[in-house]
Design a binder for this molecule. Structure first.
Ligand code: ADP
Ligand code: MG
Length: 264
């Protein structure tokens, strides 16, 4: 099982859109994918068509109630794509968790119990570097960082990378950045071009070649409870997410080859 946290402490940079659409693209390749909605706003759950009234078990129950993930995950309209929905009570979890033992390891413990159930887990993080995001970073093999090409992008990123460094030192030495995805890319905007060049100069190959364009279809899809890849698979946003998923797959560790031993 490969666990990828989609993280950036800034809000509105495309974390949820990336988690949903990369998750959909990975599921389309036949992998069993789980999205864990770790944002109290629950946008990933809504965007995958899980109505608030239907969210019986949630990420909150996993983190604070030790409910097995397999009991909280629900299927979506996308075959092979499941989601653990988030409810508003998750906003209290950040504070409640402080009182708990091993508060940074709650999610990683829960995932260890369902190792065989999914091939890839994407964690949609909230826009902060609080305990919820720390739980994601402790549980993850790698981070996928959506980055919007705006003036302070690099400042925000250095804060994120500092946190990753501390998590590596203390809890999760193997944590890597699997890639930085430039989102809401606007080719007509000179600042976008400039920031993108700066980001690539500083970060190099970790930045995906694919950029996600600003595309209204990507923002319409969630109101229909559908991934953009289902809502309109031919829009420029969907095409970009398919290309991004392809790049991501190439960076994932190869699953162990099946061994074809001759039956005795
Ligand atoms: P985050 O999870 O980081 O807060 P979201 O993925 O929710 O960010 O995106 C913020 C808003 O921008 C949402 O309304 C979303 O639909 C919209 N959005 C995301 N990516 C794009 C894009 N490439 N083009 C246009 N709108 C986008
Ligand atoms: Mg979000």
């Amino acid at each position: 099982m490969n666990v990828i946290a989609v993280a950036n402490q800034k809000g509105g940079v495309g974390k949820t859109t990336t988690a949903i659409n990369v998750g959909t693209a990975l599921a389309a390749t036949g992998q069993r994918v789980l999205i864990i909605d770790l944002d109290p706003q629950g946008n990933a759950s809504t965007g995958l068509g899980i109505n608030r009234a239907d969210r019986e078990k949630s990420t909150y129950d996993i983190l604070l109630g030790e409910l097995p993930i397999t009991d909280a995950a629900v299927s979506t309209c996308v075959p092979k794509l499941d989601v653990v929905p988030a409810t508003a009570d998750l906003s209290g979890a950040e504070i409640e968790l402080v009182e708990y033992d091993e508060r940074t390891h709650r999610l990683s413990r829960a995932l260890a119990r369902c190792e065989e159930r999914w091939d890839v887990v994407l964690i949609d993080c909230p826009p902060s570097l609080g305990l919820l995001t720390l739980n994601a970073m402790v549980a993850a093999n790698s981070l996928l960082v959506p980055l919007q090409c705006e003036f302070f992008a690099l400042e925000g990123l250095s804060q994120l990378l500092g946190t990753v460094e501390r998590i590596r030192d203390r809890f999760n030495p193997g944590l890597t950045i699997i890639g930085v995805a430039l989102t809401m890319y606007d080719r007509r905007n000179r600042l976008t071009e400039q920031v993108s060049n700066d980001v690539r100069a500083v970060l190099g190959r970790v930045v995906f070649d694919t950029v996600i364009p600003r595309n209204v279809r990507l923002s319409e899809a969630p109101s229909h409870g559908l991934p953009a890849l289902i809502y309109d698979y031919r829009c420029s946003g969907s095409e970009a997410y398919i290309a991004l998923a392809r790049e991501l797959i190439a960076r994932l560790p190869k699953p162990a080859a099946p061994s074809y031993t001759k039956a005795a």
